[in-house]
Design a protein around this ligand. Structure first.
Ligand code: NAD
Ligand code: TYD
Length: 342
């Protein structure tokens, strides 16, 4: 079995590669990643050069390179993690999101059709459903919830999802889609909420909470997400969407306070700053379908997962310090430098 994993040098893709190497040591894994700011080859150092693993530095939007790779590898399965993934960046510059997330997905699927793939899996997000009101804790996203996006990021992911389902109906491509809630865990790029707060707290820097910090996200430990995708690509029904989430709803401010407590840092580091434009209030997944059909359940409680994650950032300072001392500094200055403090 040969699997092409796109975006495997990023956060979830790399964790998925590690999961698959353990769960299916006989599979050949080919990682296709063009190494944007979010891709990091050092993350894959433990598998580089090992048997049954190949890394290819190309973009999923490069039609010629993608078709050449499929010709060489004749993959059975493609799992598409490659994307521009940060809402804040999409607000600053939407174009690359449309190119990578929509066009790149189409290029991959065209190659899948030509080379007769067994399964194309699209890694999507709960953000395609828009947001839920904060005063209706009884509401959850199901697979039938209408797509109703807020940001250029979520719109580009929704566009890709629609294209994936269209390729199934029009060309009979055996596709599946997973729509997952916010992930956290090792190798999370330090411009997203949890790793940013851990890194800033460890450096005694202000912890920039958008608005009042009342927004709610439904957090899932990355390994639980990887197990879900493994189940879907093997046992999920073609043409179906599966929501993945762990009923772990947390307010942003409570997470930041928890990180302060775990690291023994004062809450006075918390700084409320100007809100994100179009900021979604609440995400919450109903994972009933994947539980019923595939027996999937999350295994890591947030209280344990956050401790494990903080431990990982303490033990792997080199990994994130190298990132935050580079180009990241310009990004940080642009996004937070002149930001209004509330
Ligand atoms: P990430 O930003 O950490 O990694 C993205 C990876 O894709 C990087 O390695 C980058 O180099 C690569 N990439 C970007 N453009 C590419 C291109 N044109 N060609 C090849 N590679 C390219 O993202 P992540 O957090 O690991 O997210 C992975 C996927 O999961 C994304 O599709 C995202 O939409 C989805 N998702 C993420 C979350 C989350 O909480 N992080 C939740 C739900 C869904
Ligand atoms: P993020 O990690 O960017 O994920 P997403 O926007 O895809 O959910 O942000 C998670 C939440 O944290 C979101 O409500 C925005 C908020 N946030 C802050 O309050 N401060 C920050 O510096 C960042 C990066 C995010």
């Amino acid at each position: 079995m040969t699997i092409i994993v796109t975006g495997g040098a990023g956060f979830i893709g790399s964790n998925f590669i590690f999961h698959m190497r353990k769960a299916h040591p006989d599979y050949r894994i080919v990682c296709l990643d063009c190494l944007t700011y979010a891709g990091n080859l050092s993350t894959l150092s433990s598998v580089m050069g090992s048997e049954n693993f190949r890394f290819v530095k190309k973009s999923i939007t490069d039609r010629e390179a993608v078709f050449k790779l499929f010709e060489e590898e004749k993959p059975d399965i493609v799992v598409n993690f490659a994307a521009e993934s940060h809402v804040d960046r999409s607000i600053e510059d939407p174009e690359i999101f449309i190119k990578t997330n929509i066009l790149g997905t189409a290029v991959l699927m065209d190659a899948c059709i030509k080379y007769g793939i067994k399964r194309f899996h699209q890694v999507s997000t709960d953000e395609v459903y828009g947001d839920l009101p904060i005063d209706r804790p009884d509401l959850f996203f199901t697979e039938e919830t209408p797509l109703h996006t807020s940001s250029p990021y979520s719109s580009s992911k929704a566009g890709a999802d629609l294209l994936v389902l269209a390729y199934h109906r029009t060309y009979g491509l055996p596709v599946t889609i997973s729509r997952c809630s916010n992930n956290y865990g090792p190798y999370h790029f330090p411009e997203k909420l949890i790793p940013l707060m851990i890194a800033n707290a460890l450096n005694d820097k202000p912890l920039p909470v958008y608005g009042k910090g009342e927004n709610i996200r439904d957090w899932l430990y990355v390994e639980d997400h990887c197990r879900a995708i493994d189940l879907i690509i093997h046992n999920g029904r073609a043409g179906e969407v599966y929501n993945v989430g762990g009923h772990n709803e947390m307010k942003n401010i409570d997470i930041v306070k928890m990180i302060c407590r775990e690291l023994g840092k004062p809450e006075s580091l918390i700084t409320f700053v100007a809100d994100r434009k179009g900021h979604d209030m609440r995400y919450a997944i109903d994972p009933e379908k994947i539980h019923r059909e595939l027996g999937w359940l999350p295994e890591t409680r947030f209280s344990d997962g956050i401790k494990k994650t903080i431990r990982w950032y303490l033990d792997n300072r080199d990994w994130w310090e190298t990132i935050i001392s580079g180009e990241y500094r310009n990004y940080y200055e642009k996004m937070y430098g002149g930001r209004e403090v509330l």
